[in-house]
Design a protein around this ligand. Structure first.
Ligand code: ADP
Ligand code: MG
Length: 230
């Protein structure tokens, strides 16, 4: 198997006063390049924590993560920032667009740090917004777009630096079910047609219909789907 992600005995504990929350307690798994993986589990089971660790937005308490053979804990802050910029596209439940920027400017933004020249940034952003069906909304600001359209802008932005890995945290959580299905169909296209590896976190069982495989988290540990179904 062509492993893109390897996680070994991953722990993430949060200490608050005299309390320790074990958000992840010993996750070991392998994810292949080209998978569309659904990461399922109830609220508080550690899904977002795992996604943030894989995306280099957080560091584990213990355990190891390899992405494409490179160990994340071996990277300093600069290396981790570069990893986030070039390897990973993030999509969040609440879109996280910059409200003062147009759709085009939001999608151009990550390319500034990747030092793409201005004209190329503009051309690629327009191309990506066309890909997600917003070619006629380039100059709209987030408040002038529907929730589904805002999430499409966020997806275009996630693709800006051509990441191999897309990490999506409840991307349909703020959308009605029809719009949610459209967003899922778009993610499926990015997986099937462009070969991007996608990890989508959700507690909505219908997400597994789109995925090539599902992992189930409970209390910070992976469990068998049979256990989840009981
Ligand atoms: P999920 O995404 O599955 O709902 P999370 O990964 O967000 O779950 O959280 C898992 C557990 O870790 C929860 O009990 C949550 O309260 C706790 N947790 C997550 N992030 C933090 C944090 N920054 N500080 C303290 N506790 C946290
Ligand atoms: Mg979460």
């Amino acid at each position: 198997m062509n492993a893109l992600i390897r996680v070994e005995d991953l722990h993430r504990h949060f200490t608050m006063g005299d309390q320790t929350v074990r958000a992840l307690s010993g996750v070991t798994t392998t994810i292949a390049a080209g998978e569309f993986l659904a990461m399922m589990g109830p609220s508080g089971s550690g899904k977002s924590t795992l996604l943030y660790l894989l995306g280099g937005l957080d560091r584990p308490t213990s355990g190891r993560i390899w992405i494409d053979g490179q160990e994340l804990s071996g990277l300093d802050e600069g290396g981790l920032a570069l990893y986030r910029q070039l390897m990973v596209g993030f999509i969040f439940q609440s879109f996280h667009l910059i409200p003062t920027m147009t759709a085009l400017q939001n999608v151009m933004f990550p390319m500034v740090f990747a030092q793409v020249p201005m004209a190329a940034r503009r051309a690629r952003a327009a191309e990506l917004l066309t890909l997600v069906g917003l070619g006629k909304r380039l100059d709209h600001r987030p408040t002038e777009l529907s929730g589904g359209q805002q999430q499409r802008v966020a997806i275009a932005r996630a693709l800006a630096n051509n990441p191999r890995l897309i990490l999506a945290d409840e991307p349909t959580g703020n959308l009605d079910s029809h719009t949610g299905e459209e967003i899922m169909a778009l993610l499926v296209r990015l997986n099937r047609e462009e070969g991007r590896t996608i990890l989508i976190v959700s507690h909505d069982p219908s997400v597994t219909d789109y995925a090539t495989r599902a992992l189930y988290l409970r209390d910070g540990a992976l469990v068998m789907p049979e256990v989840e179904a009981v």
